[in-house]
Design a protein around this ligand. Structure first.
Ligand SMILES: [Zn+2]
Length: 877
């Protein structure tokens, strides 16, 4: 599964990014594993489903092997009414009585002991279609109803009875009876189809062995479009009337597929592929075998108005999901404790292939950025290991978003260390040994160790089984000799819960006065002395080549200043980003002052690379959150102009012909920052003119700026404009236009209109994943506005809780985040109230509390130094 997060951190307004984080808080579900006494080996599923109805019925038949004698066993069936259960063995029928437990764990107690042998279990049932976009759910789009599924990680049990754990990997055969005018899609091609009395019955071919979470169904008045140049029959599936939006997906998919087949040296594992655009969907994509589901906004793009940012999201989610067809589907994790590997591998592999096929989208940089992002959370005391040795499922799944990025960074580091080709050999050996089966992470490490003759498991060890990120401190003893020390990196005033010793693949880059050289080692001691090869005087040193190592670093102050001052001369773009992010971390750790941090950012204002400017904007975002309250607005605006105006002069307000895709990606956030935080009048007027042009003729402007200009225009908008935007939102055909106007509805600043917008969020016909878009998109939230949104959440919690799945509710505690202990305290009282507390609430609250403490501490510690800098800066400019 992949959540849709843009690479450029500031592409979307900060609120939208919070929305992504919020979405990325997955649930913790059933923590107990089923015993292996009774094992399913095959299952048929027959369902009669009509998307226009609210209920359905069906039956399943399972072939079971009893390995060890048992009096009872458990199957999963949640929110389902069981009608009839028939268990048969070689001696005939055995009566069973069901008892429903937590998470749909249904214990079937048998009238007599089951002896080892073969049995069949038939269950007929009825159920209601889910309406919160999980399980087998019903969704409306353009006045028509559709059915889709989302099963990861434990919601297949809400659609039909099954053994709903990844280790039960066996073939299924699905038969669907649907209205004759509808279309149905599942994991395999159709085997037989027959029609009678307005219904048609479709039996799909038997699947390869699959875990239940990878099954999929889509049904309703769907449309399909063939994708040419694919090694297997491939279609894009979409809601009625939308097939004219599939062109870009058809274009970008074949090269990604070809590249993956080449990397893995084995064919695509399944007989066909459907790429399904789902109007109502929580994630970005879900890797159902042969029937991948995507959020409609990602897959269906207006051919007349495709932006680079849309293409980037599409390519990155598509490559991630396709990579899962081998890693996750063909070979499946044994249990959810290896979910991190499943996901981080798909992210790493997806980005690698996407960068190879679409090198101008800057995906190589996003790989590095995701690791640098993970380090922020990893510096906090509540950080969890991505694979704790003894873990409960609750812990494993609650850090869902984090494990993608930290895991990906670790894989990137290991690949650099072993070499690309060796790493690839290890991966392919692991796939070869485990195809169609389950496997554990240990089996992958063992394959990598064998092909590389290096201790991969030992090196990965504490990066995976312990929380935290190491800090590598470099001291210069003399011209060639360096002392390297390692310890856990923590933010200022926080004591590490335990000291950890890592084996860190460190790569240094330095200049000896004659040439630039590299030096690598695996650092396994708390302190090591190394001797560099050198033909002259050490000029400078950068401790993390290509920012590919998962560690923070520190060098002497004068060396740091020199690196920042000459970054364009010494370092590549990834390294300059690494340097910028590392500076922010040193600020959090109290190693540099706020004033020095702001002064150092200055050196990056002239950077020619858009991706570096984007990270400079992230740095400014940090300053804004912690240091720029309302009384420093003017001074901060002057500083923002000084930092970003040079970049705007270089890249321009308007797209230039032949410009890089990275420049096109940067423009919206650059303009947005100058208009909002920089209060730059010229840019504000430009956006207003653009908005007027767009509203009268949508094709007349650069589509990349459409969202930004309507949001900016909304700020001073009146009721009439609000009604106009509502109408444009409700009648939009193109998913991107719909989401553009939904965000814009949250951008009005008139307090009365904000109230109407929040009311609209609660009562309008929105899909489940849209319910919180308006509150998240309330623009440039001052602390007063943040409090208002938070109060609204508390007042309407009951209504919201009915619209979104329970699994996503604990994530709402993130509304307590920001820079205020007072708000945090209210959030704590509210969300831990006995009527609302859920299993994961405390984990989320602990993290939110860490974030708030960091922000408040930073403000208290450095506020004066930053205010002094900004005032002096404004006075002298
Ligand atoms: Zn995934």
């Amino acid at each position: 599964m992949k959540f849709s997060t843009p690479r450029l951190t500031s592409i979307l307004m900060s609120s939208a990014i919070i929305a992504c984080f919020w979405l990325s808080v997955a649930k913790a579900a059933d923590t107990e594993r089923l015993k292996k006494d009774v094992i399913p080996t095959f299952q048929t599923i027959n369902l009669k489903i009509d998307a226009r109805e609210t209920e359905y019925g069906g039956n399943v038949n399972m072939a079971l092997t009893v390995k060890n004698a048992a009096n009872s066993f458990i199957v999963h069936a949640e929110d389902i009414t069981l009608i009839d259960i028939i268990l048969s063995g070689k001696d005939g029928e055995i009566s069973v009585s069901p008892e429903l437990g937590e998470y749909g764990r249904t214990t079937l107690t048998c009238a007599k002991e089951l002896t080892p042998g073969e049995y069949t279990l038939g269950i007929s049932f009825t159920a209601s279609f889910n309406t919160q976009a999980v399980g087998l759910y019903r969704s409306e789009s353009g006045g028509e109803h559709y059915l889709f599924t989302q099963f990861e990680e434990s919601d297949a049990r809400k659609a039909f009875p099954c053994f709903d754990e990844p280790a039960f990997k066996y073939p299924f055969q699905l038969t669907l009876t649907i209205p004759e005018e509808h279309i149905a899609i599942s994991n395999t091609p159709v085997e037989i189809e027959s029609a009678s009395e307005g219904w048609k019955t479709i039996t799909f071919k038997k699947t390869e062995p699959l875990p239940s979470y990878l099954l999929a169904i889509a049904a309703g008045p769907l449309e399909t479009v063939d994708v040419p140049d694919m090694p297997i029959p491939t279609r894009i599936v979409c809601a009625k009337g939308k097939n004219y939006l599939t062109g870009e997906t058809a274009k970008i998919t074949p090269p990604l597929m070809t590249a993956l087949i080449k990397y893995f040296e084995r064919p695509y594992p399944y007989e066909k592929l459907d790429l399904i655009a789902v109007p109502e969907f929580w994630a970005g994509g879900m890797e159902n075998a042969g029937a991948i589901t995507f959020r409609e906004t990602l897959l269906l793009l207006d051919p007349e108005a495709i932006t680079v940012s849309q293409k980037l999201s599409l390519v990155s989610v598509m490559s991630h999901e396709l990579a899962h067809m081998w890693f996750g589907d063909l070979v499946t994790m044994e249990w959810w404790d290896d979910l991190w590997l499943n996901e981080s591998f798909a992210s790493w592999m997806g980005d690698k292939i996407a960068h190879q096929e679409f090198p101008t989208l800057g995906i190589a940089v996003s790989e590095v950025e995701s690791g640098l992002g993970a380090m922020v959370g990893d510096a906090r005391p509540t950080a969890l290991a991505i694979r704790p040795p003894q873990s409960k499922t609750a812990d494993l799944l609650s850090g869902f978003g984090f494990i993608y990025s930290k895991g990906q960074a670790i894989l990137l580091m290991i690949e650099r260390w072993l070499g690309e080709e060796t790493f690839r050999k290890g991966i392919n050996q692991y796939l070869q040994e485990n195809e169609w089966k389950n496997a554990t992470a240990a089996q992958l490490w063992s394959a990598l160790s064998t092909v590389s003759a290096k201790d991969v498991e030992g090196t990965l060890g504490n990066f995976i089984t312990k929380p935290g990120v190491p800090l590598v401190t470099v001291e210069v003893i003399d011209n060639k000799k360096l002392r390297l020390t390692q310890k856990r990196f923590m933010n200022f005033g926080v004591t590490a819960p335990e000291e950890i010793l890592w084996q860190i693949p460190v790569a240094l880059k330095y200049n000896d006065g004659k040439e630039t050289r590299e030096f690598s080692l695996v650092m396994s001691q708390p302190e090591e002395i190394i001797t560099l090869e050198s033909g002259g005087e050490l000029q400078w040193l950068f401790p993390n080549v290509s920012a590919a190592g998962y560690y923070r670093w520190q060098v002497p102050d004068d060396m740091l200043a020199n690196l920042a001052e000459n970054s364009q001369k010494y370092l590549n773009a990834q390294e300059r980003i690494g340097l910028l992010r590392n500076l922010a971390a040193l600020l959090d750790a109290g190693e540099i002052s706020g004033g020095i941090y702001l002064k150092t950012l200055n050196a990056f204002a002239s950077d020619p690379e858009p991706v570096v400017i984007d990270n400079l904007i992230s740095g400014l975002g940090k300053v804004k959150e912690a240091f720029a309250p309302d009384d420093l607005k003017k001074e901060f605006a002057a500083y923002v102009n000084r930092m970003l105006k040079p970049a705007l002069d270089r890249f321009g307000l308007e797209a230039k012909s032949g410009e890089s895709e990275e420049a096109a990606l940067l423009r919206p956030s650059l303009i947005s920052w100058l208009a909002d935080e920089g209060e730059n009048e010229e840019v504000q007027i430009y956006l207003t003119t653009l908005a007027k042009n767009y509203l009268s003729e949508p094709t007349s402007i650069d589509p990349a700026l459409a969202g930004l200009c309507v949001r900016t225009y909304a700020k001073d908008g009146d009721n009439k404009l609000f009604e106009d935007f509502k109408n444009r939102f409700e009648t939009a055909q193109v998913p991107a236009v719909r989401s553009r106007f939904l965000y814009a509805l949250g951008s009005f600043e008139d307090p009365e209109i904000i109230k109407s917008a929040l009311d609209y969020a609660l009562h309008a016909k929105l899909s489940a994943q849209e319910v919180l878009t308006i509150p998240f998109s309330i623009s440039s939230p001052s602390e007063e506005k943040e409090m208002m949104i938070f109060n609204w959440v508390m007042e309407n919690y009951g209504i919201i809780a009915k619209r979104i799945p329970e699994a996503n509710l604990p994530g709402m505690a993130r509304f307590g985040g920001g820079c205020s202990h007072e708000k945090l305290q209210k959030a704590r009282e509210f969300f831990t109230h006995e009527s609302r507390i859920l299993k994961e609430t405390n984990i989320i609250l602990a993290r939110v509390s860490d974030q708030v403490s960091d922000c408040v501490n930073l403000r208290e510690r450095e506020g004066e130094s930053v205010a002094a800098f900004l005032k002096q800066f404004a006075a002298s400019n």
